[in-house]
Design a protein around this ligand. Sequence first.
Ligand SMILES: Nc1ncnc2c1ncn2[C@@H]1O[C@H](COP(=O)(O)OP(=O)(O)OP(=O)(O)O)[C@@H](O)[C@H]1O
Length: 255
Amino acid sequence: MKSLSIDNLAVTVGRKLVLEKVEAHFWGGEFSAILGPNGAGKTTLLKAVMGIIPSDGKVNSSGGDGKKLAPSAFSYLCQLNKSSCQLTVFEFVLLGFVHQLGWNVTFEQEQKAESILIYLGLINLAPRQFSQLSGGQQQLVSLAQALVAEPDVLLLDEPTSALDLRHQVQILDLVRQYTRARGIITIAVLHDLSLAARYCDHLLLLSDGVVQHSGKPQDVLDSERLSQIYQVQVNVGCCVHGHTHVTPIRILDTD
Ligand SMILES: Nc1ncnc2c1ncn2[C@@H]1O[C@H](COP(=O)(O)OP(=O)(O)OP(=O)(O)O)[C@@H](O)[C@H]1O
């Protein structure tokens, strides 16, 4: 089974310690979420795992055959920034092969780009200019780019932040199915605690650069813990379908 382990990870930006003593383990076939308030260090953690910012400590990965995963096995969808990139949607998705692209795009790469656009229900957008898409459409196409090279580790930073309710459900469903079917490791930063509980197998709750708790959604999403971390009184309940949901009640006085 594929695995990813983070041991005693720390990140310092300038003179600020942004992440400290992070320990976490992720397994193939599991969809995990990183949760926490703004500025907690969630994006920094994804970037450290991706190796695009320096960190202390260890990030070890295994492809299940005992071999360490190559950098090309990792795919990272960054937070949405509306882009004016002058490419068609199809060309933008092909950029997901950045580790493999030569002077000529292969027929197989084109077929994979077409397949992933069909899988995500985006094939009608293929000839459009990426810059002319709405924010939500750009986010969906960026997910296609992250998936096209069939990563073993998929890191998604707020992948549903610009999506309407239907697309949030569609994408989280697809990502969970894809993760399980291919046995890959998927880690997403999410702000919606109820959606994280609904779709994820494992949650990691960060606050002030420190892991406060990790485990199954029903264990991590404790009302007292969430109230303390977010400074919001919350009610954690279970709906008739058996899913944990978190309802905010009121902001707590910080005095
Ligand atoms: N390049 C940088 N220079 C200075 N400080 C930085 C830099 N990058 C991140 N930080 C700081 O590190 C902390 C964690 O930032 P990070 O982006 O990881 O938070 P986050 O949990 O992803 O927040 P959000 O939910 O708002 O996206 C913040 O205090 C932020 O200001």
